[in-house]
Design a protein around this ligand. Structure first.
Ligand SMILES: NC(=O)c1ccc[n+]([C@@H]2O[C@H](COP(=O)([O-])OP(=O)(O)OC[C@H]3O[C@@H](n4cnc5c(N)ncnc54)[C@H](OP(=O)(O)O)[C@@H]3O)[C@@H](O)[C@H]2O)c1
Length: 266
């Protein structure tokens, strides 16, 4: 599969590394187009891929073009590539908030997949949610699924609205987990643990619980009940979280993220 990246930043590099690691393409068949000279040098040296600063030249004759630039760079990039794509090329965009309609109009092309990945994709533990246009063929869908599968889990949705919802859950989700981790670490220090011990306890607890949940056939609520004895320490802590309306607060946070995702895409 011949692949071109427009934008070789953090996420572009993560996808590039995953594609090479899975053998979905080879370094000789990958081009990265990036305006940053230092990024080009770095990616060429580290992965042996071709690099250029000419987006137009980079897209010629390739199967998949991955748009991995920042949202504020999209309008300029689209203007430079308008009506330049030829079927069966697939355009796969990971740009947050960029709607399929906007991409179709801006590029004058309709074989487009829109993806919302998340930060753990950078280590192959991502969650990508994706949608496409009716013009995307079965083969192109397979290309997209295999590229996204190389970065972790992927879910195809047939309604683009789900992408805004996923943005508020899996897209922003890593930040919620990091915040929870920070809060638990500072609470551990508040009751007297050193930073080093607190950090280790919290990280391993978050990781261990996530793996435990994944490998168990029980629902999270059942697992929670399993580790909560009546009148015990966990019950005492959970009662405090309930008093502070923890679940309601999470609902409000996710709804705010969802509303913002809709606003940014409109
Ligand atoms: N990072 C995440 O966890 C995450 C999660 C979900 C979605 N995304 C989406 O992924 C996209 C990429 O994010 P990122 O974190 O990888 O961004 P990034 O690190 O800023 O990478 C973008 C790269 O594109 C280059 N660039 C700018 N203008 C260009 C142009 N006209 N032509 C070619 N290259 C150009 C940038 O160079 P300069 O630095 O010189 O501008 C930079 O090297 C974003 O749209 C974001 O919404 C990211």
């Amino acid at each position: 599969m011949k692949i071109t990246f427009i934008g070789g930043g953090n996420m572009g590099e993560a996808m590039l590394a995953a594609i090479l690691a899975r053998g979905l393409s080879s370094k000789g068949a990958i081009t990265v187009s990036d305006i940053s000279e230092s990024r080009r040098e770095y990616l060429e040296q580290k992965y042996g891929v071709s690099v250029t600063s000419d987006n137009h030249e980079a897209i010629g004759g390739v199967d998949v073009v991955i748009l991995a630039i920042k949202p504020q760079q999209l309008a300029e990039v689209m203007a430079g590539l308008n009506e330049e794509f030829r079927s069966p090329q697939l355009v796969l965009s990971i740009i947050a908030g960029a709607r399929i309609d906007t991409l179709c109009q801006g590029l004058g092309y309709r074989q487009i997949v829109r993806v919302m990945p998340n930060a753990p994709a950078q280590i192959g533990e991502g969650m990508s949610v994706w949608a496409d246009t009716a013009e995307v063929t079965r083969e192109q869908r397979e290309w997209a699924g295999s590229i996204l599968g190389a970065m972790g889990k992927e879910i195809y949705v047939d309604d683009e609205k789900c992408i805004d919802m996923a943005t508020a859950v899996s897209g922003s989700g890593p930040a919620y987990v990091f915040l929870f981790t920070e809060a638990l670490t500072s609470a551990a220090m508040h009751i007297g643990l050193s930073y080093e011990i607190a950090q280790e306890l919290v990280q391993q607890t978050v990781l261990g619980s996530a793996h435990f949940m994944q490998r168990s056939d029980k629902l999270p609520a059942e697992l929670r009940r399993m580790v909560t004895s009546p009148g015990g320490t966990t019950a005492e802590a959970l009662a405090e979280l309930e008093k502070g309306q923890f679940a309601e607060l999470i609902k409000q946070a996710v709804t705010a993220a969802y509303n913002r995702a809709k606003e940014l895409g409109s």
